[in-house]
Design a binder for this molecule. Structure first.
Ligand SMILES: Nc1ncnc2c1ncn2[C@@H]1O[C@H](COP(=O)(O)OP(=O)(O)O)[C@@H](O)[C@H]1O
Ligand SMILES: [Mg+2]
Length: 230
């Protein structure tokens, strides 16, 4: 089944002379396990699109179907979006992903705590995910003491904590060098393939999207998609 299907999505900020059409008639659909890149110049609407599909920002028009449920159709349809965000969507941002005064482990425990998963079950999940992201040896470190690449790997572990259907990553490699950036993207690839999670990753760097299933290009809020098979 499709993890996410959006149709005719538009987002307008402001009105009158201050109106900005950040997204215009954007449609795309992503299946479980799909790894999709979103590219486009600065100001083309990439972050706005991620914020709309993550149910953080209310679109102006269109339809958002998440995991088979119509969540938005020219207005919220009444689903508990707060709960959906916590249970079914994982986020990774460019920087400042982690809470600096909580250890790597505690950062991975936090989203579990928010949905009522505590104690040994949560501890084991955190341990398993930090291992999966190859940062287990940093479990007791505070994030500011980790390298940028390690921080992003902890952020992926945290995003995975509640077994989301969809992971959204907004320029997760922008502050990393090419080698570290590639490692983060490879781990996102592994996440999509092995967990049947849909992943949308924004990047400016074409070297980062090797092996992705599709690439969407945004320009002035409009989408063009292309395959990424050679
Ligand atoms: N909260 C906001 N209020 C007004 N305009 C905004 C807001 N957020 C984004 N925009 C505008 O929407 C357009 C797309 O922005 P954004 O989605 O951040 O682009 P990108 O992530 O591709 O750089 C830009 O013109 C930006 O200035
Ligand atoms: Mg952006």
């Amino acid at each position: 089944m499709e993890a996410l299907k959006i149709t005719g999505l538009s987002k307008i900020f402001g009105s009158g002379r201050l109106e900005v059409r950040a997204l215009e008639d954007v449609s795309l659909s992503i299946a479980a396990g799909d790894l999709v890149a979103l590219m486009g110049p600065s100001g083309s609407g990439k972050t706005t699109l991620l914020l709309c599909v993550s149910l953080i920002l209310e679109p102006t028009a269109g339809t958002v179907v998440f995991d088979g449920d119509t969540i938005y159709q020219d207005g919220w349809t009444g689903f508990d979006v707060r709960r959906l965000r916590r249970e079914k969507i994982g986020f990774i941002f460019q920087t400042s992903n982690l809470i600096p005064f909580l250890t790597a482990r505690e950062n991975v425990l936090l989203p579990q705590d928010l949905v009522g998963v505590k104690g040994e079950v949560a501890e084991n999940r955190a341990e398993e995910l930090l291992e999966y992201m190859e940062v287990a040896e940093r479990a007791d470190y505070l994030p500011p003491l980790l390298s940028g690449g390690e921080q992003q790997r902890v952020a992926i572990a945290r995003a995975l904590a509640n077994r989301p259907r969809l992971i959204l990553a907004d320029e997760p490699t922008a502050s990393l060098d090419t080698a570290r950036g590639k490692r983060v993207m490879d781990l996102l690839k592994k996440v999509a393939r092995e967990n049947q999670t849909a992943v949308i990753a924004v990047t400016h760097d074409a070297r980062m999207i090797e092996g992705f299933d599709r690439v969407y290009h945004l320009k002035d809020g409009r989408l063009n998609n292309s395959n990424n098979h050679g």
